[in-house]
Design a protein around this ligand. Structure first.
Ligand code: CMC
Length: 443
């Protein structure tokens, strides 16, 4: 039988048959609209809350095979990049599509580092936050505020403007993040030191005290490079999807990245590494791990840092981070939480609940343990995720802006509310208790 790249659908309501093209292993959900029971029917829709099985774009940036635990940026395996590359080179690869030669890498480094300063008004902006403000909240606000300093960023269809905003954002994120950190400690802000590497400069802006020049520990600087490479992009995750949705209105990239940082803040996404440390601290000892596992299985909380929408195997980033943890401990001393984490992993990976649901450690399971050993407070963990992810966001943004198939993101809904009804004057309305179902109990 001759095969065709199509899907034949029979609508049992009408008996009609439709042949839908299959392209790249997908049907276009818009092709379902022709399936109608009557001419005034608006057509069949796909219902996919949380977009668990809908591709929203074609992308050339990041490849994930969740079943096999494979991650590649622009075709390069994550393991090779983590072992051989550095963050700025990987950011170039992600943004531009190819690894740079020496001359282009030097130019790229220069173009990023000349944008590491922020307008002095940003400091005043930072000072407006309460002393105990979460640094990730400060980052959402200040990244969004950058759009007011660069009105040229509205020019999203101009290649040079897109390049400039990309360099600015990758250059300024560490500065904003470090300023937010220093604000929480009441310490003076440290200006960028462009003689240092991307991560070395970041450490300097965080940790420099009275010394004339901050010298980062090479092992910790390298560990941060590896962590930044691992976090640089991860295709259509929650924050990247938020970025694309916000940017689809053609707003400037600072506003779109602020939306992405906000999405990353949540405990189910970039906030998970913070939640892992809180969870490990609460468990407190290896002996209490079985009891904790029992609770997670009973639905009392989740084993944070475990499970993934796409990976149904060990997250390849978690493997590298676990290895890196021991290199960091050589310098910092062991973080005792690693023993609890290892025990959780050991028991969970033998337990049918986790095995049958294919729940494995994800990127956040071990990263917080390293960050904590390096002396970062837990509130900085999602910030440490946002800095390197900026290159991924900018690459995804540029890809979207240039994609002729992209339009403003505007999903459909299935309306399940009231049928039309007449307005009732307030004096004649029944008390809400008589209409319990009309008042949403969770608000
Ligand atoms: N602990 C216990 N049970 C879990 C967990 C977990 N960490 N994750 C999923 N499950 C269970 C879940 O209860 C469900 O069970 P059942 O089928 O009996 O209802 C099943 O596994 C499928 O879970 P789901 O919630 O439908 O899966 P999802 O794809 O919607 O969620 C996830 C993915 C990452 C949000 C989720 O696994 C989770 O909440 N993990 C903990 C938070 C976390 O580590 N997040 C970081 C994600 S990786 C980096 C990033 O994106 O930032």
């Amino acid at each position: 039988m001759a095969t065709r790249e199509t899907l034949t659908v029979t609508d049992n309501r009408t008996g009609k048959q439709y042949e839908l093209p299959i392209e790249n292993g997908a049907i276009r959900t818009a092709d379902l609209r022709q399936i109608k029971v009557s001419p005034d029917d608006s057509g069949l829709m796909g219902y996919d809350p949380a977009l668990t099985n809908s591709a929203t774009c074609k992308s050339k940036i990041t490849f994930i095979d969740g079943d096999k635990g494979i991650l590649r940026y622009r075709g390069y395996p994550i393991e090779e990049l983590a072992a051989k590359s550095n963050y700025l080179e990987t950011a170039y690869l992600i943004v531009k599509g190819e690894l740079p030669d020496e001359r282009h890498l030097e130019m790229w480094k220069y173009n990023i580092t000349i944008h590491s300063m922020v307008h002095e008004n940003i400091k005043k902006f930072m000072d407006g936050f309460r002393y105990d403000a979460h640094p990730m909240g400060m980052l959402v606000g200040t990244v969004g505020a950058l759009s007011t300093f660069y009105p040229d960023a509205a020019n999203i269809n101009d290649l040079e403007s897109r390049r400039l905003q990309t360099r600015r954002l990758i250059g300024k994120l560490p500065t904003l993040a470090a300023f937010a950190y220093r604000r929480t400690l009441g310490l003076p802000y440290v200006y960028p030191d462009n003689d240092l590497s991307y991560t070395g400069n970041f450490l300097s802006m965080l940790l420099k005290m009275t010394e004339l020049k901050y010298q980062p520990n090479p092992a910790l600087e390298r560990a941060l490079e590896v962590l930044f490479i691992l976090h640089a992009d991860h295709e259509q995750n929650c924050s990247t999807n938020a970025l694309r949705a916000v940017a689809s209105s053609q707003v400037d990239p600072y506003s779109a990245v602020a939306g992405a940082v906000a999405a990353l803040y949540g405990p189910l996404h970039g906030g998970a590494n913070e939640a892992v440390i809180r969870m490990l601290t609460e468990i407190g000892s290896k002996e209490r791990v079985p009891e904790a596992i029992k609770k997670f299985k009973a639905g009392e909380g989740r084993l944070m840092g475990f499970g993934h929408r796409v990976y149904k195997n060990y997250d390849p980033r978690a493997k590298i981070i676990k290895q890196t943890a021991y290199e960091v401990f050589e310098v910092t001393g062991k973080n005792p939480l690693i023993d609890i984490a290892l025990e959780l992993e050991r028991i969970a990976l033998e337990d049918d609940y986790f095995v049958s649901r294919k729940l494995y450690p994800n990127v956040d399971f071990y990263s917080g343990i390293i960050y904590q050993a390096m002396g970062f407070p837990v509130t900085m963990f999602p910030v440490l995720f946002a800095i390197p992810r900026t290159s991924g966001w900018m690459a995804q943004w540029a890809e979207m802006v240039r994609d002729p198939e992209q339009k403003i993101v505007r999903p459909r809904q299935i309306f399940i509310g009231e049928a039309p009804r007449a307005y009732i004057p307030i004096a004649q309305r029944p008390a809400p208790s008589m209409r319990e179902d009309a008042v949403s109990p969770e608000i």
